[in-house]
Write a protein that binds this ligand. Structure first.
Ligand SMILES: C[S@@+](CC[C@H](N)C(=O)[O-])C[C@H]1O[C@@H](n2cnc3c(N)ncnc32)[C@H](O)[C@@H]1O
Length: 293
């Protein structure tokens, strides 16, 4: 994610992600007794992300007068990041769709699972299988790690997006945004700004699972029971379809992937094209609804 507080930072462009968890917490409070049994309890909130994350901006954005202690926990969530049985409630917000690496074969032209697109569109069966295999293996490692770190009887909340069964990523608004990034990269290759090979070898370590896939992974792992699996009614409606807003939030979320692979200059050029691509594509493709869980 793009750090700092600037207009293209993740911090300024993640209200969609933050609203998801807020909506769920409000719903939970509304269903509760109205009493606050936790007044005398002291809370410590631990924030995990890669060591490269902009923890400074995160800590600076915490509300003044908050009634909890806080600390950063740097490291990949596919590994152990806390001592065994050391926390009570875990929250993963908009990060359960990351894989630990690009699945095998995806960037290899000679492999049956070579992917011309930069993400798993859902149309190529071999590509979908490669992503799902990687995702399933990673998700199970993550669940094992959290199960070890949680106190017995602890609770995990997973917020984010998944696909309704049978819906392909390319049929969703997020898929159209990823398509627009890929199409902009291809335009730059045709203009000779970047090499086509460089574009063809660019992939993202993301997989938005279908509902049944998610449930199966959690059940097969067996370390957690699913107590609730719910759609969240998003305060902002579903993903906004304003091309300008989408282009900026896409830059905040995918900027790091792109600048790492193509360099800073190309990254800026790509994002100059995306808004126009989205203006063309969005009216032509009606997205299927995604669901937040
Ligand atoms: C879309 S952002 C969500 C950030 C935040 N949870 C929120 O709700 O706004 C996804 C975050 O997951 C982090 N992430 C991805 N893979 C990770 C991993 N293996 N370990 C720790 N953090 C990871 C990314 O660095 C990024 O900050």
């Amino acid at each position: 994610m793009v750090g700092g507080e600037g207009p293209e930072s993740y911090n300024q462009n993640s209200s969609y992600q933050s609203k998801t968890s807020l909506m769920h917490l409000k719903t939970s409070t509304a269903k509760g007794t109205g009493q606050n049994p936790a007044e005398n309890i002291e809370f410590q909130v631990l924030f995990n992300d890669f060591t490269t994350n902009d923890f400074n901006t995160l800590f600076q954005s915490l509300p003044a007068g908050r009634r909890y202690y806080s600390a950063g926990v740097p490291g990949s969530f596919f590994e152990s990041v806390l001592p065994k049985e050391s926390f009570h409630i875990g929250v993963i917000n908009y990060a359960f769709h990351f894989t630990s690496k690009i699945p095998k074969g995806i960037t290899d032209r000679d492999s049956p699972s070579w992917n011309r697109d930069m993400h798993c569109t859902g149309f190529n069966k071999a590509v979908k299988k490669a992503y799902l295999d990687q995702y399933s293996a990673d998700a199970k490692i993550l669940l094992d790690a959290r199960a070890d770190e949680l106190v017995p009887g602890g609770l995990m909340l997973l917020f984010g997006s998944c696909l309704r069964d049978g819906v392909k990523m390319s049929e969703t608004s997020k898929g159209i945004v990823l398509y627009a990034v890929g199409a902009s990269l291809n335009d730059l290759a045709q203009q000779g700004v970047i090499e086509q090979d460089k574009v063809d070898s660019f992939s993202t370590p993301l997989y938005f699972a279908e509902e049944n896939e998610l449930k199966q992974i959690i059940e097969e792992n067996g370390r957690f029971t699913i107590e609730a699996f719910e759609d969240i009614i998003h305060a902002k409606g579903e993903f906004t379809l304003d091309p300008k807003v989408l282009a900026v939030s896409c830059r905040a979320s995918f900027g790091t992937f792109l600048s790492q692979h193509f360099g800073e200059q190309v990254f800026t050029k790509v994002f100059d094209l995306i808004e126009a691509k989205l203006r063309q594509e969005l009216p032509r493709r009606m997205p299927n609804p995604e669901c937040s869980t």
